[in-house]
Design a protein around this ligand. Structure first.
Ligand code: PMP
Length: 357
């Protein structure tokens, strides 16, 4: 039996994509080689990279003057790449809305005068700070945000108006809702949640901003170099890129991001409605900032959380344990989580409540 996998990342991938990869595994595109064996300089593979870029541009309406890159090192490496490519005045503002936003901020401090200008740490990151009153500083190179907070289950519903370049970590929500790329100078996202297996990270960066990385920026982290080499400066994570392309083709076939977002809103709505109508389960995020990707919740006690998780696993509902920082449960319901998976989770929650309330 295939489990319903609610892992926050690496995460569930669409079954038909996994099956397609399985069918093609020994003979990629008629080459007689597996995609895991083929040279990244082989035309059949470089076409895959080009198709990935094309599909991302189409699905996210990315303008021509933005580079679209496939890089390695995870989103965490981009925490350093951001200052190393952009911090020309040595000064940047960060909004800290969770664990990864904080890590990005700490990394920024290594390279210059990084300041936390707004934070929701005072209420365990259960909201997004009021964006109208953020004391952004003058003369900064960029403002960094994390648009969806994987651990705490919040998301921005609008983005700050900033004089400086806006940079967003969209790791846990990329391709889940429509965004206006023009608002951002740089968007980056580890692919292992909505898009692909771990190993590839997407960077979308306005070309005019990335032409002069800092002198100490390693070549591999220079977005300009990656762009000039069509993401093939060195050996890329071939299999992850290939899988991303299969997933992107599926997103296109299913009607693009608008259609996918409608389903995501529906799935999240089912789960939040159920939680809100129950006196047994609680989600403590301020309603308007609730993520539609990551839904943390608790029962009345840590012991019941524990037994909830054990029982869920027996029903094939797996990886529901909340992050160690918050405990409880977290259902990550990324694009590839079918509506039936969310319904199965709710049915189990109902039964558990009945047996344990
Ligand atoms: N940012 C966010 C929002 C994340 O959820 C994660 C991973 N869970 C990261 C950054 C770190 O990503 P990686 O493990 O790819 O470095």
């Amino acid at each position: 039996m295939r489990a319903y996998n609610f892992s926050a990342g690496p995460s569930t991938l669409p079954l038909d994509v996994l099956e397609e990869a399985q069918r093609e595994f020994l003979d990629f595109s008629g080459t007689g080689m597996s995609v895991t064996e083929i040279s990244h300089r082989n035309k059949a593979f470089s076409q895959i990279v080009e198709e990935g870029e094309r599909l991302l541009r189409e699905l996210l309406h990315i303008p021509e003057d933005y580079a679209v890159l496939f890089v390695q090192g995870g989103a965490s490496t981009q925490f350093a790449a951001v200052p190393l490519n952009l911090m020309h005045n040595g000064k940047a503002d960060y909004i800290v809305t969770g664990n990864f936003a904080k890590k990005a901020f700490e990394e920024g401090k290594i390279y210059g005068d990084a300041a936390c200008v707004a934070s929701s740490a005072d209420k365990t990151y259960t909201y997004i700070p009021d964006l109208k009153n953020v004391p952004f500083r003058d003369g900064t190179d960029y403002v960094h945000i994390c648009s969806n907070n994987t651990i705490f289950g919040t998301r921005y519903i609008e983005f700050p108006e900033t004089k400086a370049t806006l940079v967003a970590d969209m790791s846990s929500e990329i391709l889940s809702r429509e965004i206006d790329v023009n608002k951002f100078g740089v968007i980056y996202a580890g692919a292992q949640k909505n898009l692909a297996p771990a190993g590839v990270t997407i960077v979308i960066a306005k070309r005019s901003l990335i032409q002069s990385p800092l002198p100490l920026c390693p070549t591999m982290l220079q977005w300009k170099v990656q762009d000039e080499n069509g993401s093939l400066y060195n050996t890329p994570p071939c299999f992850s890129i290939y899988m991303a392309v299969l997933v992107l083709r599926k997103f296109k076939k299913e009607g693009g991001i608008k259609a996918i977002n409608e389903i995501n809103e529906y799935k999240a709505g089912l789960l939040y409605d159920f939680i809100d109508n129950s006196s047994f389960y609680t989600n403590s995020v301020v309603k308007k900032y609730r993520s539609i990707m990551n839904v943390p919740f608790v029962t009345p006690s840590a012991e019941q959380d524990e037994s909830f998780l054990k029982g869920a696993a027996k029903e094939g509902l797996v990886s529901l344990k909340g992050h160690r920082l918050v405990g409880g449960m977290r259902a990550s319901i990324y694009n590839a989580m079918p509506v039936e998976g969310v319904k199965a989770l709710i049915a189990y929650m109902k039964k558990f409540e009945k047996d344990n309330a």
